[in-house]
Design a protein. Structure first.
Length: 447
């Protein structure tokens, strides 16, 4: 008996398929149905990024060139002894402040005092020979000395006798013998020669007296040099030269080091002290050659800073500009003088200076938190039609919480300072604190 398979009814299958298609169509129709406008706006509002806007600002800015270098004293000198001797006293040590001409140390004086006494006695002997108690001045007339006056009188007397004898000898017949006239002639010549010798001797004695007087002065100077002093005003040595530096009230030196001790025997010109004149300090800094047009004038003002005083600025001025650029490092050296009357700036310290060059009247600044930086690209965001707009910017100097924008903005924009990490061009935004754009121009440096 053959097995047979009965076919399924096609009508039932068609009905089932229709039912499935109808359900799918109904489901699809339900999914494509649009939401009401209020619901759509709510969804967009839920996706919007909340932002806070702040206005950019325009200010005038003092431009500076920053340089770094080392502070030096206005003068740094090593004090040595001019004469050899044994150190018997030290009057000052490291850190002391000393005035011009103030004693620093004392060498043994005894040998030099004996030399002065010896030279003075030799001078007195010479003055006795000259029969005077003073050293003859430059215009001294030696003919007034007693010995010269005596010789002059004797010469005059001999000349007078000769003239009388000549009158007698020339008469006819002669009233004076040839022998007697010859004696008068010889006496006259001897008297004249004696006068000349006395005159020359007096001149020699005057010269010798002046030499002995100079010997006394040299010995006295050596005695004075046994006291080692700070540099003295030039007026002490030359009345025609009086530098203003040494005449300033309160001018002092700082003892930076001491190289001598009591009991040492010091040969001539041996370093004993090092002094620093820090009433004015000099900042010497190397400046890149690209700033030659910026730092070009003596007297340009500068603000000097050292780490010890943080942001406290000390006013200085450019005093020297080296006209040559060093070919090794392509820099040129400048010197900035800084008054240091209160002695706050220590020589040898590292210092930074801002040399003032020119003023830019219109500089755009934005809050620092408005700037978004990624992969070397800087940008800020503004809002237009409730959507974020990205603007690329170039940045300059920072002024506290503000940063300079050198390109990309006009200064009238409102920039986002909150939510910037979620923004991109076209992203919906909600402004939480809208502000009207402002433009300010403030004289002086930016904040």
């Amino acid at each position: 008996m053959r097995n047979t398979i009965k076919p399924r009814p096609r009508l039932a299958s068609a009905r089932a398929a229709g039912t499935i298609l109808l359900g799918a169509a109904l489901l699809a129709g339900g999914c494509t149905k649009k939401d009401p406008p209020a619901q759509q706006a709510k969804k967009v509002e839920d996706l919007a990024v909340p932002v806070i806007l702040r206005p950019a600002k325009i200010e005038s800015v003092q431009r500076n060139v920053e340089v770094v270098g080392t502070l030096f004293g206005d003068e740094d000198t090593t004090i040595s002894n001019k004469v050899p001797g044994k150190v018997i006293a030290i009057y000052h040590d490291v850190g002391d402040r000393v005035k011009p001409g103030e004693p620093l140390a004392q060498l043994l004086r005894q040998d030099y005092q004996l030399a002065v006494n010896q030279k003075q006695r030799a001078l007195q002997e010479m003055l006795i020979k000259l029969e005077t108690d003073k050293v003859p001045p430059a215009d001294f007339d030696v003919s007034n000395l007693p010995a010269v006056r005596k010789a002059r009188l004797e010469m005059g007397n001999a000349s007078a006798k000769y003239e009388r004898g000549k009158t007698l000898h020339d008469q006819q017949p002669p009233l004076l013998s040839d022998q007697d006239f010859s004696d008068l002639t010889t006496a006259r010549d001897v008297a004249k020669s004696t006068y000349d010798v006395e005159l020359q001797t007096a001149r020699t004695l005057v010269g010798e007296a002046r030499t002995r007087d100079a010997d006394v002065a040299v010995a006295q100077q050596a005695l004075d040099d046994t006291q080692v002093r700070t540099p003295r005003p030039a007026s002490v040595y030359d009345a025609e030269q009086t530098p203003d530096l040494y005449m300033k009230k309160g001018h002092t030196y700082l003892v930076a080091s001491r190289m001598a001790s009591v009991g040492e025997l010091k040969p001539t010109i041996t370093a004993m002290f090092r002094l620093v004149d820090d009433d004015v300090v000099k900042l010497k800094a190397n400046v890149p050659e690209r700033y030659v047009p910026e730092i070009h004038e003596i007297g340009q003002e500068a603000d000097v800073f050292i780490e010890a005083y943080g942001n406290k600025a000390f006013e200085g001025k450019v005093a020297r500009i080296n006209p040559q650029v060093d070919p090794q490092n392509r820099t040129f050296q400048v010197q900035i003088d800084v008054p240091n009357a209160k002695h706050q700036l220590p020589p040898g310290a590292f210092a930074r200076a801002l040399v003032k060059t020119h003023v830019d009247e219109r500089v755009i600044f934005v809050p620092q938190e408005a700037v978004v930086s990624f992969a070397g690209v800087n940008k800020v965001f503004t809002v237009k039609d409730n959507k974020a707009v990205e603007i690329g910017v170039d940045l300059g100097d920072r002024r506290g919480d503000w940063i300079e924008v050198t390109a990309g903005l006009t200064g009238t924009e409102l920039v986002a300072v909150k939510g910037t990490s979620k923004l991109a061009t076209g992203v919906p935004v909600i402004v939480e604190q809208p502000l009207a754009p402002t433009t300010r121009a403030v004289a002086g440096a930016a904040e």
